[in-house]
Design a protein around this ligand. Structure first.
Ligand SMILES: *Cc1c(COP(=O)(O)O)cnc(C)c1O
Length: 458
């Protein structure tokens, strides 16, 4: 950068003078009409933001050329966009986790457009309970006496510990956790912090690799009133390892909160065999099991507390419950997703996460070949992942389509991401890989069209 001289100052003044007026830019935006013409007010709003930002750039010394029409057009596009997930990561937290089943999509659309009996008892006309719409299904599917829904898995664990940890003689609420379970789940969910935020005190027992029932018993004898078990979703300890089963924990004589994370309701999926089943924890006699709605359950973002009538009632009464309660769209999507589990075969076919995890090799190969033929890519052997911080050791082998980038894998991946709709693949060995496992239905053809447009092979 050279110091500002007379030439640069004159140049900047000329650039500032050449800035279009807000109305002129708005008129061009309206005439442009690309992607549906904005209203006059929308066009002026966009032009005002873009012209002001450009003026600030020029005053700060920018000497590049800028396409203000393109910027204004971009400004009016929603930043939250439908994305084609070709990463092969089935539960991709950065891409919104689980796509919804068609029945859940329909339920959300119907719920969004009108009023709902969220808290109205249609029989008696009195005030109903928000959770009633899913509690019955959760009782039926998990064997729990009752259930409560909150905004996410973290909220469910927080609420359960806050509501269920009893105070000891000194007024302290002590929660015992194995040192092997003091985990951090992505996005800043740290077990010690959750316990502190729930107003309780953490009592650590055992070691990173080995904790025994006696360790818990000693802490309980010393006054701890709640056992928190946390599934180490996103890592595994192997070798000289021992922990205490949920049945043994329930025999210790104090309430157990079991944060199992993913919440697998489906049965018979080999890839999910290592996830703790909800039903087992309920049958063991935990006070409450907590899990997410949008991981391996395949529903909307939600957190579920399922357990004894007494424990769930205590959670419902806790002041945090009101702060954590979900909206009606969540309730509609969750109820519709859970209803599919009444027919396990239908759940596997229609819940996208489950369908992707169990997609047969032949179907994946046919999809990969179709994608390769449409894009000029090559079919290669690859490995997809469950994702969502679950089952870090499980490989999902299957074919993927490799694209040889004309100018580097990073720049091709970036161009695919910047396209409308964005296509997100992954980079391996200097190539961009597109995994057909996570491209459902007509998304395969949409993905092929993006690749052709970006590579100029239309
Ligand atoms: C994912 C997870 C959470 C957090 O759930 P969110 O739905 O992401 O809030 C908490 N505990 C465990 C064990 C998890 O796997």
């Amino acid at each position: 950068m050279s110091a500002p001289d007379g030439g640069a100052t004159a140049d900047r003044a000329a650039r500032l003078r050449a800035l279009p007026g807000v109305d002129a830019l708005a008129a061009r935006l309206r005439a442009d009409g690309d992607g549906g013409a904005p209203t006059a007010a929308e066009a002026v709003a966009a032009a005002r933001v873009v012209v002001a930002a450009r003026r600030a750039e020029l005053l700060a010394g920018a000497a590049d050329d800028a396409d203000l029409l393109a910027r204004a057009r971009e400004h009016l596009r929603p930043t939250l966009r439908r994305v084609l997930n070709a990463t092969g990561v089935v539960v991709h937290t950065n891409l919104g986790r689980a796509p919804l089943a068609p029945a859940a999509v329909d339920a959300v659309a119907a719920a969004a457009a009108g009023y709902l009996n969220v808290e109205l008892d249609l029989d008696g006309g009195g005030r109903g309970q928000r959770d009633a719409h899913v509690a019955g299904l959760l009782r039926e599917l998990t064997g729990a006496e009752d259930a409560l829904v909150v905004n996410n898995g973290a909220a469910a664990a927080l609420l359960a510990v806050a509501a269920l940890a009893p105070a000891d003689g000194t007024g302290e609420r002590r929660v015992v956790v194995s040192r092997g379970q003091l985990v951090e789940i992505g996005g800043g969910f740290r077990v010690p912090d959750v316990i502190a935020q729930a107003g309780a005190r953490l009592v650590e027992v055992g070691t990173t690799n080995r904790t025994r029932a006696d360790d818990y018993a000693a802490a309980i004898a010393a006054g701890a009133g709640l056992v928190l078990r946390v599934h180490p979703s996103n890592f595994r300890t192997v070798g000289f390892v021992q922990d205490v089963s949920v049945e043994e924990l329930c025999a210790l004589g104090v309430p157990v909160v079991d944060d199992i994370g993913s919440g697998v309701l489906a049965t018979g999926i080999a890839a999910l065999a290592d996830e703790p089943p909800i039903r087992r924890s309920i049958a063991a006699g935990v006070a409450a099991v907590t899990f997410s709605g949008d991981k391996l359950l395949g529903g909307p973002q939600a957190g579920i507390v399922a357990g004894t009538a007494q424990a769930v009632a205590a959670c419902r009464r806790h002041p945090l419950a009101r702060a954590l309660r979900p909206g009606r769209l969540t309730m509609a999507a969750l109820a519709a997703t859970l209803a599919l589990y009444r027919d396990p075969g239908r759940a596997l076919r229609e819940i996208p996460v489950l369908a992707m995890l169990t997609a047969p090799e032949g179907e994946l190969r046919a999809r990969a070949e179709r994608l390769a033929a449409a894009t000029g890519g090559t079919v290669v052997a690859a490995v997809a992942r469950v994702g969502g911080g679950a089952l870090p050791l499980v490989d999902l082998p299957g074919p993927a389509v490799a694209l040889d980038p004309p100018a580097g894998a990073d720049s091709l991946a970036a161009a695919l991401r910047a396209h409308d709709p964005p296509l997100v693949g992954r980079i391996a060995d200097g190539r961009v890989l597109l995994d057909p496992r996570t491209l459902a239905g007509d998304e395969l053809d949409a993905a092929a069209a993006v690749v052709r447009a970006v590579l100029g092979r239309a």
